[in-house]
Design a protein. Structure first.
Length: 286
C-alpha cells in the first residue's frame, strides 16, 4: 500500500500497535535494487509488519550534490515492494515531511546533529551537514513509524555507527539491524548511483572492491602497518580514479587505527566519471 501522508501512516501504525504487531522500518531514497531488497527481506523475516520509506531527503544533500538528478522510480519501487509483501511504502513529499513553506535550514528547522567526532571524518569531511540531515530524517521516520527494528546497510557503515550513537544517546527504543553489503558478481557494491556510470565506468569502479579485497589479503598475510597497506592500495589507482579517502578505523567507534587489527573497518570513497562511490570491508569478523 502506497501512502504519502504522515497521518495515513500513523493511523495504520496505531491499528498495528493495538494488534500487538512488531514493526520493521527500512528507510531508503528509492531507486530500489537488490541491496535494498536484502534489507526488506531481513525485515520481513523478523517483523510482523514492514514499512519501506522512499524519500529523497533534501536536507542531506549539499548544494553542489545530486539532489535534483537523483534517480526517482517510485512506480517500480512500489511494485517491487508489493511483490516482496511490504505492508506500507511511505513516499512523502518534502513539504509533507518538513511542512509547507518551511525553509530547509538550521536557522529555522530543528536538526539532529550527531557529535563532531563522528561526522568530521570519512564521508562527513567533504559532505558538510550530510549526517545532520540523515539523523534528522531518520529520527522523524522513527517517530512517525515507531518501529521495533530499523534496517540499514553496511554499505553506509559510517551512517550506521552514527545512527546507533543517536539511538543510544537519545534513548530511542529501536533496535538497529545492520545488513551486509550486496554486490554484483564483479564485486561492485550495488548503489542507486551506479546508474550514472557508463559500462567503462562500471569497470573502473571495480577498483574500490579490488583495493579492499587486496588490503584484506595483505592483512591476512600479516601486514598490519597502515602506511604499507595504503601504499599497496594506491598502486591500483589510475587517472580514471579520483580517490577521496582510504581510511582504517574502529568498526564501532570510528576511532582511527594505529595498526590494522580484527576490529578494523577499511573504508574507501572514490570518484569515477565524476560519480562519488563508497565501499568498505571488515578485516575481522562482522
Ligand atoms: P539509500 O537508498 O541509498 O539511502 O539506501 C537505503 C539503505 O539501503 C541504506 O541503509 C543503505 O546502506 C542500504 N544499501 C544501499 N546499498 C546497499 C547494498 N549494496 N547492500 C546492502 N545495503 C545497501
Amino acid at each position: 500500500m502506497l501512502l504519502n501522508t504522515v497521518e495515513n501512516v500513523k493511523n495504520n501504525i496505531l491499528e498495528w500497535k493495538k494488534q500487538g504487531y512488531t514493526i520493521g522500518l527500512v528507510p531508503t531514497m528509492g531507486a530500489l535494487h537488490a541491496g535494498h531488497l536484502s534489507l526488506i527481506k531481513k525485515a520481513k523475516e523478523t517483523c510482523d509488519k514492514v514499512v519501506v520509506s522512499v524519500f529523497v531527503n533534501p536536507i542531506q544533500f549539499g548544494p553542489s550534490e545530486d539532489y535534483d538528478k537523483y534517480p526517482r522510480t517510485l512506480d517500480a519501487d512500489t511494485k517491487l515492494c508489493d511483490s516482496e509483501g511490504v505492508d506500507i511504502v511511505f513516499a512523502p513529499s518534502a513539504e509533507e515531511m518538513y511542512g509547507k513553506g518551511q525553509r530547509l535550514s538550521n536557522d529555522t528547522l530543528t536538526y539532529v546533529c550527531p557529535p563532531f567526532f563522528y561526522v568530521n571524518k570519512l564521508c562527513g569531511k567533504t559532505r558538510t551537514g550530510h549526517f545532520d540531515g540523515v539523523c534528522t530524517v531518520v529520527l522523524k521516520l522513527f517517530n512517525i513509524v515507531q518501529p521495533d527494528k530499523a534496517f540499514f546497510g553496511q554499505k553506509d557503515a559510517q551512517q550506521v555507527v552514527i545512527i546507533r550513537k543517536m539511538v543510544n544517546d537519545l534513548n530511542v527504543p529501536i533496535e538497529i539491524i545492520q545488513c551486509p553489503i550486496v554486490r554484483e558478481d564483479s564485486g561492485l557494491a550495488l548503489s542507486s548511483r551506479n546508474k550514472y556510470l557508463s559500462d567503462d565506468g562500471k569497470k573502473d569502479a571495480l577498483v574500490l572492491s579490488k583495493i579492499l579485497n587486496n588490503v584484506k589479503l595483505c592483512y591476512k598475510k600479516g601486514i598490519t602497518d597502515i602506511s604499507s597497506l595504503k601504499e599497496t592500495a594506491y598502486a591500483f589507482l589510475t587517472d580514471k580514479h579520483d580517490l577521496e579517502y582510504l581510511e582504517f578505523v574502529d568498526k564501532n567507534t570510528l576511532d582511527d587505527k594505529i595498526k590494522a587489527d580484527d576490529s578494523t573497518i577499511v573504508l574507501i570513497a572514490c570518484r569515477v566519471e565524476g560519480v562519488r562511490l563508497i565501499d568498505n570491508l571488515y578485516l575481522g569478523e562482522c
